[in-house]
Design a protein around this ligand. Structure first.
Ligand code: MG
Length: 257
């Protein structure tokens, strides 16, 4: 009899203990629900601006058109004189010796779309002379343009490289005399009032729909000789390089970010 009473007592104690634990869990859940309503983590302003997307690489409605096949009105030479490159059949073509051209507008962080075509190489056009040009973000950070169809040049100078800093992840260049499509996402470097680097530049590059630079953090500018370094600057023009080869461009547009 005594033993039975002890067993009943133990069972009652175990039941009440489990019941109390369940109650605690339910109370905690209810408390969390009270603290974190779904709408606690939702916001409604500012409402994103409506943008009409482009199609087949054409510009979205809020893009700045830098070249639409007609003229060089958005471009100039480095010294401010008229840009000396050729506009022909809707293409903007490097005039070797005319020099690098740059936009009249200044840019910081941006999304850039640009298409290019490298010409049939002559006997002298090997390695870095084979279809070389370049896109200089903020006038100093070069995304390389190069005919990399069977080109045994240094890989950190390949098409899709951040010149002499970061080789492309892969080589999606399709061929000489074929249009290649770059989409570039650029986060400009930030400098403090004392000109000290606060945050470096970062770049993602997509060539022909294939990621070739994935959030690469730049070490500085992209010189031909010497090591990269940062020198403080603000918004700067976008520059296209004259490397002595008649590379053609079309459909250039940019969005400030
Ligand atoms: Mg180049």
């Amino acid at each position: 009899m005594k033993k039975t009473l002890v067993l009943i007592g133990l069972a009652a104690w175990a039941f009440s203990s489990v019941f109390a634990q369940q109650q605690n869990v339910q109370q905690n859940q209810q408390q969390r629900r009270n603290e974190w309503k779904p709408e606690s983590t939702e916001w409604y302003t500012p409402v994103p601006a409506k943008v009409t997307p482009g199609s087949n690489g054409s510009a979205p409605s809020d893009a700045i058109i830098l070249f639409d096949g007609k003229d060089l009105s958005k471009w100039q030479a480095r010294d401010g004189s008229p840009a000396g490159w050729t506009v022909q059949n809707g293409e903007l073509i490097v005039a070797p010796g005319a020099g690098t051209i740059q936009t009249k507008d200044y840019f910081g962080s941006c999304q850039l779309h640009i298409e290019f075509k490298t010409p049939t190489p002559g006997p002298e056009n090997t390695l870095q002379m084979k279809g070389n040009s370049g896109i200089m973000l903020q006038s100093r950070y070069e995304v390389q343009i190069l005919d990399c169809d069977n080109n045994p040049t240094y890989v950190n100078g390949y098409v899709g490289s951040v010149y002499k800093q970061s080789a492309p992840l892969v080589n999606p260049f399709t061929g000489t005399n074929e249009w290649q499509v770059y989409d570039i996402y650029w986060k400009a470097p930030v400098f403090g009032t004392d000109d000290k680097l606060e945050s470096p530049a970062m770049i993602t590059v997509v060539l022909n729909g294939v990621v070739v630079q994935n959030n690469y953090i730049l070490k500085g500018s992209t010189p031909y000789t010497g090591l990269p370094k940062y020198v403080a600057h603000g918004r700067m023009p976008l520059t296209l390089q004259d490397h002595g080869v008649k590379v053609a461009f079309r459909n250039i547009w940019i969005r400030n970010l």
